[in-house]
Write a protein that binds this ligand. Structure first.
Ligand SMILES: Nc1ncnc2c1ncn2[C@@H]1O[C@H](COP(=O)(O)OP(=O)(O)OP(=O)(O)O)[C@@H](O)[C@H]1O
Ligand SMILES: [Mg+2]
Length: 256
């Protein structure tokens, strides 16, 4: 087994007297799709924010590529190759689709957004190529705010992919999507992960997506890891069955 690209060690986050993340040990192997699942309030989004530098740990550490990043700011973490797509939309409605992707490319490379430079033209070319992969190139000149919900989520993934991350963090990428949009998003995640050896960490409530595309699954409950392994191992785990998948393991939406 290779060394993990991303790991957490005894990671803890308190909100006042409440412990949302409680001593989490996680090891994400490079080039894998790793799902974090668990009931509402299990601590998935908080764990994501601790790994991406949006929240500071109360204690413990996050290690990216062998380097401690626990407590580093989100921008510093992103520059080291770990990029997050948030659970809630972060799209600027007035930008066009292609401009939205370009803003990410340009700001990650410390350039100002100047339309006359050669760099800008290159960034536009790169943005269009990412939009093509994400199935959004026909909408390149549309205002981002006018897109359907599913296309906005796909745009957010495209914006993250455009900065060429080594680890892409997706918090509920298919939330609110139609079945067809969900399938397209799952296909995009798999093709990006496999073609670029991208590591993907996702939280997801749609069990068809989780068990259909993940190499590894970690189950959180009340801030703690209660199980982890291959999809088959996790499905068969008695505590997972009891706590989380008790409503049925044949796929479909599982929410507590
Ligand atoms: N900023 C905050 N202040 C106080 N409590 C918080 C804060 N953020 C999260 N929590 C609490 O921490 C717990 C974990 O929340 P989190 O959003 O991480 O869960 P989740 O697993 O992502 O849930 P969901 O599946 O609903 O997205 C919840 O009880 C939540 O109310
Ligand atoms: Mg969440």
């Amino acid at each position: 087994m290779s060394s993990p690209i991303l790991a957490t060690h005894r990671l803890v986050r308190d909100f006042g007297g409440f412990r949302a993340v409680d001593g989490v040990e996680l090891a994400i192997e490079p080039g894998t799709i790793h799902a974090l699942i668990g009931p509402n309030g299990a601590g998935k989004s908080t764990l994501f924010k601790l790994m991406t530098g949006v929240l500071r740990p109360t204690s413990g550490d996050v290690v990216l590529g062998g380097e401690s990043i626990g407590g580093k700011r989100a921008h510093a973490v992103a520059r080291r190759g770990l990029v997050q797509v948030f659970q809630l939309s972060s799209i600027c409605a007035r930008l066009t689709v292609v401009e939205s992707v370009m803003v990410g490319i340009v700001t990650m490379r410390h350039r100002s957004f100047d339309p006359v430079t050669l760099f800008h033209r290159r960034a536009r070319g790169e943005a269009l190529s990412v939009l093509d992969q994400a199935g959004l190139v026909d909408l390149a000149e549309a205002r981002a705010g006018k897109l359907s919900h599913g296309d906005q989520r796909a745009l957010e993934i495209a914006m993250a992919l455009a900065v060429r991350p080594s680890v892409l963090m997706l918090d509920e990428p298919t939330a609110g999507m139609s079945p067809a949009e969900t399938r397209a998003t799952a296909d995009l995640i798999v093709s990006e992960a496999r073609s670029r050896n991208l590591t993907v960490v996702l939280s997801e409530h749609d069990m068809d997506v989780v068990f259909g595309i993940s190499d590894r699954v970690t189950v959180l409950h009340q801030g703690r890891v209660i199980a982890g392994g291959t999809p088959g191992e996790v499905r068969a785990h008695p505590e997972v069955m009891a706590v989380y998948l008790g409503q049925g393991t044949d796929g479909g939406e599982v929410r507590s």
